[in-house]
Write a protein that binds this ligand. Structure first.
Ligand code: SAM
Length: 210
């Protein structure tokens, strides 16, 4: 945990309960020990989408749809999310939860490897959430920048990796995240800030200049 446990507990206690379907998903994630962004980051995604008047979202690494449903709840009725996920069994669940939360009409699910699927995409998006396997972060970045509209936001989860990014002898996953974070900050076409919330969230806006 990055944030002091007392502060983390305070934030979690103060956070209002999620939508009932999201609560159900939070229980499922806890039972299965499945990694989801959780309510603190879910609320941040909701806030950014609401504030940015976002209409189109691309999500790479959707799991069973928890973060996608947070974003779908924030989107206007004509908004849309394209979710890319490896595992068909995760997508089955995601479709069921999206129906239950009455946001299925805003979400399109694609089964496949996000690294490959993004190569076939041409349209740009207002908002992109990157939550793929951590060693793939540096590889997927050029396509995500290409697919982000100018003024749009790229959000990346787990960029502080339980604090391991600050350690002297990083493992392979940690090294990939370090490389990715450095690229986010050095890329002249992006303006990036890292919020040390939960496991660290990078917010990057695409600038007009390249
Ligand atoms: C950490 S989970 C996050 C799920 C979701 N973002 C959430 O918070 O509810 C990451 C998910 O991404 C999927 N994934 C990882 N790398 C992927 C890739 N390259 N292409 C498609 N799916 C990927 C995994 O199967 C897993 O379900």
């Amino acid at each position: 945990m990055i944030v002091h446990p007392d502060v983390e507990a305070y934030l979690q206690k103060m956070t209002p309960e999620s939508h009932p379907v999201l609560q159900e998903m939070e229980s499922l994630a806890a039972r299965r020990n499945f990694p989801i962004v959780g309510p603190l980051v879910g609320r941040l995604l909701y806030l950014l989408i609401e504030f940015g008047h976002v209409h189109t979202v691309l999500e790479c690494g959707s799991g069973f749809g928890y973060s996608a449903i947070w974003m779908a709840l924030a989107l206007p009725e004509n908004g849309s999310i394209l979710c890319i996920e490896y595992e068909e069994k995760n997508l089955e669940l995601a479709r069921q939860f999206a129906e239950k939360a009455e946001v299925a009409h805003k979400i399109k699910f694609v089964q496949g490897d996000a690294l490959e699927v993004v190569k076939s995409l041409q349209e740009t998006y207002d908002f992109i959430l990157n939550d793929v396997n951590k060693p793939q972060y540096p590889m997927i970045l050029p396509d995500l920048i290409r697919l982000l509209r100018v003024g749009g936001m790229l959000v990346t989860d787990n960029v502080l990796w339980k604090g391991q990014v600050a350690q002297a002898n990083p493992d392979e996953k940690t090294r990939a995240i370090q490389t990715y974070n450095q690229a986010l900050f050095q890329e002249p076409g992006l303006w990036t800030s890292i919020v040390p919330l939960r496991d660290g969230v990078a917010l990057s806006v695409k600038l007009k200049r390249e």
